[in-house]
Ligand binder design. Sequence first.
Ligand code: SAM
Length: 268
Amino acid sequence: MAGNMDQFKFKKSLGQNFLRDKNILNKIINSSNISSNSLIIEIGPGDGSLTEYLLKTGNNVLAFEIDQRLKKPLELLVKQFPNFEVVFEDFLKVDVDIYLDKYSYEKLYVIANIPYYITTPIITKVIDEINPDIFCIMIQKEVGDRLIAKPNSRNYGSLSVYAQFRYNISKVCDVSKNSFFPKPDVDSVVLRFEKKLLNYDIDDTDLFFNFIKDAFKHKRKNLKNNLYKYDLVKIEKFLKTINKDLTYRAEQISIEEFVNLYIYLTGK
Ligand code: SAM
């Protein structure tokens, strides 16, 4: 961290639990495998504890922080590191492309200990708008469990399919509440997303994800009930080819099977 934070009043409403565990900071950096000539985006740098580690890799770091009260510690880092740019804006509202245009880089990383009150909107914006090569984030454990869940498990749902559609996701480590100040109410986990080399052949991914959301709409219901709006005869025909039928639930269908079903159903 940069500067003295003794007088700082942490805002729970902004998810301000600052990481104070060097061991975890090192794990985030090591697992990210940051190559030179990269640009690293950080969301919510806080007082800069993770930022400093990112800057020491020698790559450019572009950070978005909503809280103007953190100007003092972060501007100390700007003075110290010419490779640091901090923008005091709401990450969810900012047009990141405008800032990205200024940089040239070979690989794009998003590495962050994010504010948990906006976990899903942040993940969605990172994947849909930034689409980095590597995305390493600290999030609450329950969301982490859903993101990495595989078929036939309790946590597998539309969020798992959405994230794993473009990324291979692995767990870096669990993080105890004691690693933060102030101590949060929930346990955390660090996940690493690595962009898949091959994309699935679907033109309109928004429509595909609507289909996925419909398939998982009511957890206890089977595909016949959740997908009643679609051509059930065609769906059943496809399911037969993979030895399944309409009594199966969405949680029993893998991403590849969903993709193939969707292409069979819509022709794209
Ligand atoms: N990165 C620091 C660390 O690891 O110690 C702080 C992490 S803290 C969990 C989350 C940070 O995100 C806080 O600094 C908070 O002010 C900031 N934040 C909250 N909402 C934000 C938003 N919409 N856009 C950008 N930053 C935000």
